[in-house]
Design a binder for this molecule. Sequence first.
Ligand SMILES: Nc1ncnc2c1ncn2[C@@H]1O[C@H](COP(=O)(O)OP(=O)(O)OP(=O)(O)O)[C@@H](O)[C@H]1O
Length: 413
Amino acid sequence: MSKHIAIYISNKENKVQLIKRITAGELIPELVTLKGSIFSEITLNRFIEEEMRHGRFDVKTQTNNSLKNSSEGERKRALLNHILTESNPDYIILDNAFDCLDINAQKQIKTRLEELSCTTSIVQITTRKRDILPFIDDVFTLETGVFKAFKSHGDLVESSKNYFIEALPKPLILNLNVFNPLISLKNVTIKYGDRPILNSINWDIKPGEFWQLIGPNGSGKSTILTLVSGDNPKGYQQDMTLFGIKKGSGETVWDIKKNIGFYSSEMLRGFKRKDTLESMIISGFLDSIGLYKYPTDRQISIAHQWLKLLNMYHIKDKSFQFLSSGHKRLILLARAMVKHPPLLILDEPINGLDDHDTKMFSELVNKIAKESKTAIIYVSHRKEEHIKPDFIFELTPGKKGSTGKINNSFSIN
Ligand SMILES: Nc1ncnc2c1ncn2[C@@H]1O[C@H](COP(=O)(O)OP(=O)(O)OP(=O)(O)O)[C@@H](O)[C@H]1O
């Protein structure tokens, strides 16, 4: 019978190193002689790079789209299919396999993995306790590089402390020019080629409202975000009013973008420079990556208030690159918020975070919602127990594209 293990880790652990130790047989000695495949974000990015650089489309998606043009969930499903059908491995390492996947996709993959587990060893790495596969009994944790048996789900006591005590820093300028609604989409209908994506979406977002946008993989969540942020050329044929400007009335992209603070976990890849935490936050005032202008004393003072709120003032001169993934996100969230934009967009912001850092990040989002006048669109697939939105906008796919409905209570997982 094949052996399966799960390793439940925090974001502080070095995953590349961990995967090397697994393939070297540290936990399951037999693996050294077996053929393995790795299902991870890194593998996926390699295939996308192959598409872009060499025009090689090895991984086939369900929609026949390229990986690059596919949604996050579609990519993951395609990669798993590819690994299972093309490489027929003896063992498979799953690195945070359920991130970005909707509830149905998770169920399908779990069933497939359970079937597979009769013939193939599964090594699951996860930062979320709830994702541990039910058929795996041998669960380990990793504490500063040392493997330990994770005995029961009660092993880690969830901390109930509040991370952010200070009040949210005030804006530099009070924006009195607030549009109501901030965003208005009327019968928005989008197709890519012949494929309908959105079907008659009606959605108004008013100042200060906290929305969660949910829907299964490929239902059009990112498409809506690109419409709202003025990035999607298909918006020109639609009836949309963004921050008081009718779409297609001669506005520039900047007229829209200056009203939006944005954070997505994909942004972590974009910031590879060695800026200090202080300059990362100040750069939010200047809409730049890095600082090319001298900030004003007031901007510096507000950045310091944010650093104090985040409990990182004492390391303000440290390089952003040395922070943990959880702390990087707090800094990027503060950067998106320093100007108190009318709208803050958070696109799958906790992807890849561990349980502790998810709670910490969510607490800051809830605080922003409570203590500022900024409206929030928070995109995610799953119910996140720590997030407390006022409303949910739910996309449901159909033959003519996804329709949208507003829910006040929700039951997704
Ligand atoms: N540029 C494009 N060309 C063709 N099809 C596209 C393009 N961009 C998106 N799509 C398709 O539109 C559909 C909606 O994609 P979108 O990324 O908006 O979904 P999503 O709800 O954000 O999905 P996920 O939760 O998996 O990230 C998908 O089937 C995707 O493949």
